[in-house]
Design a binder for this molecule. Sequence first.
Ligand SMILES: Nc1ncnc2c1ncn2[C@@H]1O[C@H](COP(=O)(O)OP(=O)(O)OP(=O)(O)O)[C@@H](O)[C@H]1O
Length: 249
Amino acid sequence: MIPAPTMEAATTAATTAALAAHDLVAGYAGRRVLDGVSLSLAKGTVLCLIGHNGAGKSTLMRLLFGLHTPSAGHVTLDGATIRPSPAAMARAGVAYVPEGRGVFPGLTVAETFALAAWSAGLGGGEEAARTDEVLEILPVLKTVWRRRAGQLSGGQQQMVSIGRALLARPSILLLDEPSIGLAPKLFQDLLAPVRALQQARGMSILLVEQNVHEAFAVADAVAVMKSGRVIFEGVPADLADHATLMELF
Ligand SMILES: Nc1ncnc2c1ncn2[C@@H]1O[C@H](COP(=O)(O)OP(=O)(O)OP(=O)(O)O)[C@@H](O)[C@H]1O
């Protein structure tokens, strides 16, 4: 039987949400894809969102970052209702790493970072300090610094993509399926420093993942989406049992 959310999950939900969706309804060309989604990312936590392909997870991410507009419902940031737009969210300290890495294949890693620093409005000294900071967190990037992003492995490209997002020192990070195309070990290598940074800085992370085992290992809370609705919210331990997880799917 599917467990009721634990007390721990209820307590987490009661703390201030860094970012939250409230009854969001949205779709494409008149086809409803989100059917009243409410979800809270508690401050300083990692929330892992799972669900079948097509459940609406990426659509929810895009709505939270302002890349798509809901037909009903609203979004709150630090408890205040906002109308998300990518520029406003970036200014507010929210970074979004979409599914599929999105690196420019012809740019070197150094050029990719320079471009990201420029779009974040970082000046020379600040750009250098923040770049050093990201290279400390993801040292493998130092080894490929002068190589074109398109020539890198999937895991390295994912690190470039996440590193570029971290340059802005976000307080909230939206990560859409960073494990795509990565072996489980590589995914762990990617998640471990991000989790360490999240804990050190009190960052809040919404992580959409299908790779449940690795993602649950770094998550404080989990939510399950099915057919445009959130059908379960709890903590990873609630879904540790394979049968329970299967029942939700
Ligand atoms: N730009 C778009 N135009 C039309 N339909 C879309 C668009 N983006 C997503 N959809 C549809 O909306 C539904 C939800 O897609 P979404 O990508 O949000 O799901 P998901 O849970 O993230 O799935 P996946 O794990 O495959 O990315 C799917 O049926 C998808 O085909």
